[in-house]
Design a binder for this molecule. Structure first.
Ligand code: NAD
Length: 433
């Protein structure tokens, strides 16, 4: 059974390489030919730990290949994993045009029974639309099934997440589709939850929105801590010791970003509105998240008063550590505001600078640095925006020597306040004194 993976972005590339690693014959395809050229040579167009090695190993093994001929990949495969983007449209809904495009390609190339698997994050009821599109555009009545198999990998740990998943959700409406997917994930039989398709589609949006709620909840608590002597890190620790709550995702800071949580919570809000369900809870969580950048910039102004002509080092641009992804990253909003205020910025990120240059090209006001010590040289303040381990390991005594004014505004609570202050820094963080 040959598997085609359509869309070789953050999810599709890992899915293709991961399915090949499970022993299947996989052909990855994307309409972006430059991407396919790079991948075919064993080089990943994105930064994702362990992905280059996984790609090279499976390309060499012969059971993984890539083509920019999407139609041919569809014709060759019995199972098609759809991994294209479902970004937010201007109204907050998931833009399903990439999914529709793929459904039409599948219809045109339906040369025998195939299982079409939604791996992209899609609104509940999407499978109905995919079925309708394929039904409308296929020639004759070649049979097919649609199934939902949402992906839960996290950027930064996508490879281990895919290779050792804690659960696999399989939404199906026929035994044939169920048997196909269970066979693909045979080695994880004990972790497979089989549901109907609506349920599987909803599990993904419900999971991401719940995690977003958890982050916004601790950020709201951080706002309370900022106005009292409570310490949000200790509050989170104390809450997390309760196994019903758990410690994960109780990290106060600049809030959630990236290509998933912000758009998925918006999409679920729209789904709720369309179905006449009160989703005020999600709206509040979204509002708490949106407020983060402004509150952070208030702290920067509290430390520096006037930002015009101040030299500010921004450490971290990616939406989280261990990725080069800057989609919906807090850094973008922060940089935009600081530029508007007339500050001079010195940016550094271990992996995301090339992506950021497309939004903020290098200019006299926005300079990119080769390493963090260069960024902090003569700075009036450092802003910690992404919690890369590299920053935790900085020699802060050296940093202090290099800076014009020893001020750190830490949006991720990376550092312990006491030792940092002992080194002579003025130190601001989130929800703690
Ligand atoms: P991405 O934008 O990185 O990749 C999408 C790819 O699809 C692009 O390479 C694009 O060229 C390709 N594509 C678009 N239309 C095509 C077509 N008609 N034929 C062939 N290729 C086409 O997106 P991503 O981050 O990989 O996300 C994909 C989906 O997975 C989204 O629905 C997302 O919500 C979901 N998801 C993402 C993550 C994550 O961490 N990024 C995690 C879980 C789920």
């Amino acid at each position: 059974m040959k598997i085609a993976v359509i869309g070789t972005g953050y999810v599709g590339l890992v899915t293709a390489a991961g399915l090949a690693e499970f022993g299947h014959t996989v052909i990855g395809t994307d309409k972006d030919t430059a991407k396919i050229d790079l991948i075919s040579r064993g080089s990943s167009p994105i930064y994702e730990p362990e992905l280059d090695d996984l790609l090279k190993k499976n390309l060499a093994g012969g059971n993984l290949s890539f083509t920019s001929d999407v139609d041919a990949a569809i014709r060759e495969a019995g199972v098609i994993f759809v991994c294209v983007g479902t970004p937010q449209d201007e109204n907050g809904r998931a833009d399903m045009s990439q999914i529709e495009g793929v459904a039409r390609s599948i219809a045109r190339n339906l040369n025998g029974y195939k299982v079409v698997v939604e791996k992209s994050t899609v609104p509940v009821k999407t499978s109905e639309w995919i079925k309708r599109v394929i039904g409308l555009y296929r020639r004759g009545d070649t049979p097919f099934d649609v199934a939902s198999n949402p992906e839960f990998l996290r950027e930064g740990s996508a490879v281990p997440d895919f290779l050792e998943p804690d659960r696999i959700i399989v939404g199906v409406e026929t035994d044939r589709a169920r048997d196909t997917l269970v066979k693909i994930y045979e080695k994880f039989r004990d972790r497979i939850l089989v549901t109907n398709i609506d349920t599987a589609e909803l599990i993904k949006h419900a999971s991401n929105s719940f995690l977003a709620l958890k982050i916004s909840y601790i950020n709201m608590i951080a706002d309370l801590c900022d106005r009292t002597d409570a310490d949000v890190e200790k509050v989170a620790q104390g809450m997390g010791l309760d196994p019903r709550i758990g410690r994960q995702f109780l990290k106060a800071g600049l809030g959630y970003g990236g290509s998933c949580f912000p758009k998925d919570i918006q999409a679920l809000m729209k789904i709720g509105e369309d179905l006449g369900v009160d989703v005020g809870l999600l709206r509040e969580a979204d509002g708490v998240n949106r407020a983060r950048t402004g509150l952070f910039l208030d702290k920067v102004k509290k430390a520096l008063w006037i930002l015009k002509n101040k030299r500010i080092a921004v450490l971290g641009l990616a939406f989280k550590p261990e990725t080069d992804d800057i989609r919906e990253a807090s850094s973008i909003r922060i940089i935009r505001e600081l530029v508007k205020e007339g500050a001079t910025l010195r940016l550094y990120d271990p992996k995301a600078m090339e992506n950021m240059k497309e939004i903020f090209p290098p200019s006299p006001q926005v300079d990119y640095c080769m390493e963090p010590y260069q960024a902090v040289q003569d700075a009036n303040a450092i802003l910690v925006v992404t919690e890369w381990e590299e920053f935790r390991a900085l020699d802060l005594a050296r940093v202090r020597e290099l800076m014009a004014n020893p001020i750190i505004v830490d949006g991720r609570n990376m550092f312990d306040p006491a030792p940092v202050r002992k080194l002579g820094f003025e130190y601001y963080s989130v929800g703690r004194k």
